[in-house]
Design a protein around this ligand. Structure first.
Ligand code: ATP
Ligand code: MG
Ligand code: FE
Length: 347
């Protein structure tokens, strides 16, 4: 089966062709970052208009890169949420139009499940049968959760953030430091050569005293709002911290705090004896300090670690194709999605 997938949930316009396996044949991504940068964050109105403008050429690029034509496509997949409603609608409308024209089934994919399963996309990815139960740290721009993956389709959220997502903490922190948008890569760059221990930031222990809903373990929950406030006050008291070499130390210390807050909970959750491997996905998983720290935790726990490759960490359509193909394989795919309600498939 050849699947053509579309992703337009936020500010990346993406299309991908994949064969059963999943075997990714192409992954075309257009990032709108330059358009949103002047505003310091994603502007929904600009995002949806830019998706509309770019999607046709990205679809054609995905077909061209995979060396196929419209007639070779057996099925379509599209992100149905969570995301910005007006952005999702562009992808969904295009997918519906193509479905009517091509006469092939259309599958709706949960964006977060796709981030979770992106670990299994590369050709040398671990076999889920051997790697699961896997402990996956899902760290994206809008979500932060520790998920136990018992296999494709079998997820249990062990802990999540009680306020901001890790990506959001980096994006907002970078704005306060005057580093621009998006904050994750900007902080990583600014932190080079800085001392991560120059300034002590809180590691979100407030989460541990919380009473999260359902079966969440408070010791595995995250909280980043205190970290952001702490940065705000430090800069208010000493604006010089955001200049010259001091900025390097500030960025390194802030990056360290975000990574340590994540690592602390991963370390705890990975003590569960049935966990066989560790993984990390979502945009923040591109961060080198975080990757290195998780590798260290995995090595100490004697378990393998499987990071999603960087190009599949930030938004892309290959992960949407992969999740749809995985759903079809286990007869759990959502066919012909009519609604775009943001559904949290990893609840
Ligand atoms: P969600 O998937 O939760 O809806 P999203 O799709 O906007 O959110 P992603 O595309 O997965 O999020 O990731 C974007 C986030 O990743 C941003 O917050 C960005 O700052 C962060 N990010 C990207 N590269 C890096 C990096 N090298 N280090 C740290 N953070 C990074
Ligand atoms: Mg994005
Ligand atoms: Fe995402």
């Amino acid at each position: 089966m050849r699947m053509l997938a579309i992703e337009t949930s936020c500010d990346e316009t993406a299309a991908s062709v994949a064969a059963t396996g999943p075997r990714i044949l192409s992954s075309a991504v257009y990032s709108q970052i330059d358009r949103h940068r002047p505003y310091g964050g994603v502007v929904p109105e600009i995002a949806s208009r830019d998706h509309l403008r770019k999607l046709p050429s990205i679809l054609e690029q995905a077909l061209r890169d995979a060396d196929c034509g419209w007639g070779d496509i057996d099925a379509l997949a599209v992100t149905r949420g969570p995301g910005l409603a007006s952005s999702l609608l562009v992808g969904l409308s295009a997918a519906w139009g193509l479905k009517l024209r091509l006469g092939v089934p259309l599958y709706g994919v949960n964006h977060l499940e796709a981030h979770l399963l992106s670990t299994f996309l590369p050709e040398n990815a671990p076999d889920p049968e051997e790697a699961c139960p896997m402990l996956t740290l899902l760290v994206s721009g809008g979500h932060t959760a520790l998920v136990r993956v018992d296999g494709p389709g079998a997820y249990r959220v062990l802990g999540r953030t009680l306020d901001d997502a890790a990506g959001e903490a980096l994006d907002k922190g970078a704005t306060l430091m005057g580093l621009g948008y998006p904050g994750g890569p900007a902080i990583e760059r600014a932190a080079r050569g800085g001392d991560p221990h120059a300034l002590a930031f809180p590691l979100g222990r407030g989460g541990e005293r919380s009473q999260p809903s359902g079966s969440l373990d408070p010791r595995l929950c995250f909280s980043f709002s205190g970290l952001k406030t702490s940065l705000l006050y430090r800069l208010r008291d000493d604006p010089g911290l955001a200049r010259g070499d001091a900025l390097k130390d500030l960025a390194a210390s802030y990056e360290y705090a975000v990574c340590e807050a994540l690592a602390l909970r991963v370390e705890r959750a990975c003590r569960e004896p049935s966990i066989r491997s560790l993984a990390c996905s979502g945009g923040v998983a591109r961060n080198r300090r975080l990757r290195a720290r998780l590798e260290q935790i995995a090595a100490e726990a004697g378990r393998p670690v499987c990071h999603a490759p960087p190009e599949y960490c930030t938004d892309n359509a290959a992960m949407i194709a992969g999740a749809a193909l995985s759903g079809i394989e286990r007869d759990a795919a959502v066919r012909d999605p009519q609604d775009i309600d943001p559904v949290l498939g990893v609840e």
